[in-house]
Design a binder for this molecule. Structure first.
Ligand SMILES: [Fe+2]
Length: 265
């Protein structure tokens, strides 16, 4: 039952066209416009957080795929003939442990992902006609764990929006940080980005998130990262993937790259 998963009193996704629902959409749109993101704290109710964490814990500890890679902030392959300080040449390391949706079929998170008003709410906020679930049992929802010393390093997203929900905050570190205004669709600002990557990191915003908070972030032109986790508790987050077109699935190569396998369990 969805009312046992999300706080519908506070966030009436089931009555989006009503007065309160419309107010929520308006607030989220305003926050996206002004800051490039919005947060709904307490979105997942405490019992659902516990259930989500509990039913992914064994998979995270024993059956997750450790995704470790070196990348630049654009996730682009190296280009030859560039100056030594070009941001494409700067390498960062990212490590996380991923559990795919076919490993946690009975999890409340799957129920939330498949509940049509959730995608309808996200579409309404993003002002697009419809968002569709992926046609991909592995990739559509991922639970990611970051252990001590691990991080999602600085990068720009390739998709317009990312929808995540924090399930467990670490004792220390693991903070979401971002820097706006470094580039636009028409100005790549390589010099400014090179300076930032060299250590001139003013104007970084750090967002303390609590477990149960839904976060929608527009990261295509906003540099962002998750700082290294400290302490024995993992940072655990779930990523929901929806697309404007129906029937989207990752290729075999993408799945092997992200998850180490392409066959559904
Ligand atoms: Fe990102």
């Amino acid at each position: 039952m969805i009312e046992n998963i999300i706080d519908l009193k506070r966030y009436p996704l089931d009555h989006l066209t009503g007065k309160e629902g419309q107010k929520l959409v308006d607030q989220c749109q305003l926050a996206l416009h002004e800051s490039g993101l919005f947060n709904l704290d307490g979105f997942l109710i405490p019992d659902a957080i516990k259930q989500a964490v509990k039913s992914s814990a064994d998979q995270l500890a024993n059956h997750s795929f450790t995704h470790e890679r070196e990348h630049n902030i654009y996730f682009l392959p190296e280009v030859e003939g560039l100056a030594g300080n070009h941001p494409v040449l700067k390498k960062f390391k990212t490590v996380n442990h991923t559990v795919c949706s076919d490993q946690i079929r009975d999890n409340v998170l799957i129920e939330l992902y498949e509940w049509p008003p959730f995608a309808a709410f996200l579409a309404a906020v993003m002002k697009i006609p419809q968002l569709h679930q992926m046609d991909d049992e592995i990739s559509r929802l991922n639970v990611m764990g970051y252990s001590a010393g691990e991080a999602l390093n600085w990068h720009f997203d390739r998709s317009e929006f990312t929808t995540t929900l924090l399930l467990q905050a670490p004792q220390e570190g693991g903070e979401f940080q971002y820097r706006t205004g470094l580039r636009t669709d028409i100005d790549p600002n390589y010099d400014g980005i090179a300076k930032f990557l060299a250590g001139d990191q003013n104007d970084v915003t750090t967002l303390p998130l609590e477990a149960g908070t839904l976060n929608v972030f527009r990261g295509k032109n906003t540099l962002h990262r998750v700082s290294p986790v400290k302490g024995e508790h993992q940072r655990v987050i779930v990523v929901f993937s929806y697309y404007e077109n129906p029937g989207v699935a990752f290729s075999v190569e993408e799945k092997v790259g992200f998850y180490g396998r392409s066959d559904v369990l």
